[in-house]
Design a protein around this ligand. Structure first.
Ligand SMILES: [Zn+2]
Length: 171
């Protein structure tokens, strides 16, 4: 098991648009399995490759009930349909620890992606899975959940995070 280092906001790599994966080679497979290990290690429900400094369109997630493990890997995920109905959910992010904010997003989405064995799939997500996949796809486009907040709240969080990062370097 390899635990990868999670980048913390603010970091320019978290603001970049990631590139498509053309070939699911050994390095991509290794990345996916390391990302799953890292996500579980930090008790996260989702992780996007840019969060570990790899600017490729790769997402892992597992929003199963506690005690269950059903990790899924989505390569080049793309939302092809989203519901008109919205839900509000208090989101968090492994790149912005200790911060949670209510974010409004479509309640359910249909996502086209390639799985780890290279097969094209389309899946319907609802509930926490739907929130999570939208949050992770945003990461692939350089967007963080705090970008949905107003500028004052957002800059307050960024200031707090800068201090947090300084403090962990000191330790
Ligand atoms: Zn996140």
């Amino acid at each position: 098991m390899t635990e990868l280092i999670i980048l913390l906001h603010p970091d320019p790599r978290l603001k970049k648009i990631c590139t498509q994966v053309i070939n699911i080679d050994e390095s991509i497979k290794r990345l996916c399995s390391d990302m799953i290990d890292t996500m579980y290690k930090h008790s996260g429900v989702g992780l996007a490759a840019p969060q570990v400094g790899i600017l490729k369109r790769v997402v892992v997630m597992d929003c199963s009930e506690e005690g269950e493990k059903n990790p899924i890997t989505l390569i080049n995920p793309e939302i092809v349909w989203s519901s008109e109905e919205n839900s509000e959910f208090e989101e968090g992010c492994l790149s912005i620890p200790n911060i949670r904010e209510e974010i409004k997003r479509p309640s359910s989405v249909q996502v086209k992606f390639t799985d780890i064995s290279g097969i094209s799939k389309e899946s319907y997500f609802k509930g926490l899975w739907a929130i999570c996949i939208q949050h992770e796809i945003d990461h692939l486009n350089g967007k963080l959940f705090i970008d949905y907040l107003g500028p004052i709240k957002r800059s307050f969080i960024t200031k707090k995070m800068k201090k947090y990062k300084k403090d962990i370097i000191k330790k």
